[in-house]
Design a protein around this ligand. Sequence first.
Ligand SMILES: [Zn+2]
Length: 119
Amino acid sequence: MANFYIQCTGTEMMNFRPHPSRSVHGAGGPRASRSKSNWRQRHTELVEAMSNARATKRAMAAGLPLPPPPPPSANPDYVQCPYCMRRFNETAAERHIPICKVKLHQSSSIRVRQNRILS
Ligand SMILES: [Zn+2]
């Protein structure tokens, strides 16, 4: 086990999964560290959005009050759709949210439809 770990960290694992402090000082400088933290933030947001969307769907199905939306983080200028948890600028959100609300009621294949609308 220990030998295996050492071998991996010594060779291809470095390329595959660079050490955090190494990527900051290495390759792209501040740009690299920014994209990394951005990835982390996006991942966290995605996880939170998914659990929140599930809770919202359950609450709507059960006729309960909706759970509070997650706090805005990345872009405070953007409006987050309470139904699909995506962010839009104000104009797009005004158009999107009513549509998204209807779609949520109409169909459970909402994910496919949204992809079509948004792309
Ligand atoms: Zn939406």
